[in-house]
Design a protein around this ligand. Structure first.
Ligand code: ZN
Ligand code: FE
Length: 257
């Protein structure tokens, strides 16, 4: 039997989370994105792990900024989105929708989730019940549409919504408290959201991370995942619109919030 992945969460920069995942039997360690090489090196030191891989989600500098120095230092292998191969520094292996990446016996299903950037992938380790989603899905939010359309992003989010509710979701930023303030403006009747917003404020006041979240919790409370909700539609006065239209309106309101 495969021992579960060990996951280390690393606060980086202003509000990023980097992650290390460690496969104990194979003795492999990957950084999920590289927001800050020195913070990642400190985390490796704290466990006595050697960096063997970098798994990138997308090209933005707060996700790939440490790629080249970490590769020079460790000789690690860099894996990232095929659709953005040319913008991932040091990439060795390009992955696309439907690929399965074997990380020391832990298998990650790869999803193309464009919208935030044109090449963005998510990694789902089904046996471990975890997903690394970069800047596609946040706790109570989703990524800004820098290089994609609302329809693309909605399709991407639907792929993540198809994962089991218990899936632990590791997002790349701690944006939850601000996201909660916005979410309450578009889904004010949602009791689960109101309860969660209170808990989030308490957690942040204690300096605790609100990530990871879960697919089930996001399904119930994240307005970007709830375009079919009648009460949310009523608030937006969009009862007859399509899910994509409602999603686009929620995204546009958040951009102005
Ligand atoms: Zn980004
Ligand atoms: Fe980011």
């Amino acid at each position: 039997m495969t021992e579960s992945l060990e996951i280390l969460q690393i606060p980086c920069l202003q509000d990023n989370y980097g992650y290390l995942i460690h496969a104990p039997q194979a003795q492999l360690t990957a950084a999920i994105d590289t927001p800050d090489a020195s913070a990642i090196n400190d985390a490796l030191d704290s466990r006595g792990w050697a960096l063997t891989h970098i798994l990138n989600t997308h090209h933005h500098f707060d996700h790939t900024g440490g790629n080249e120095s970490l590769k020079a230092q460790w000789g690690c292998k860099i894996v990232g989105p095929a659709a953005d191969r040319s913008r991932i520094p040091g990439i060795d292996t390009a992955l696309a929708d439907g690929d399965v990446y074997d990380f020391g016996g832990h298998h990650a299903s790869v999803f193309d989730v464009p919208g935030h950037t044109r090449g963005h992938i998510a990694y789902h380790f089904a046996d471990d019940g975890v997903a690394f989603v970069g800047d596609t899905l946040f706790a109570l939010g989703c990524g800004r549409l820098f290089e994609g359309t609302p329809a693309q992003m909605w399709t991407s989010l639907e792929k993540l919504l198809a994962l089991p509710d218990a899936t632990r979701v590791y997002c790349a930023h701690e944006y939850t408290e601000a996201n909660a303030r916005f979410a309450l403006t578009v889904d004010p009747q949602n009791d689960a959201l109101r309860d969660r917003a209170v808990k989030i404020s308490e957690m942040r006041a204690r300096g605790e991370p609100t990530v990871p979240t879960s697919i089930g919790l996001e399904r119930r409370t994240n307005p970007f995942l709830r375009p079919s909700s009648e009460s949310l539609r009523r608030t937006l006065d969009m009862l007859d619109a399509s899910d994509v239209e409602v999603f686009a309106e929620v995204r546009a309101r958040k951009d102005r919030f």
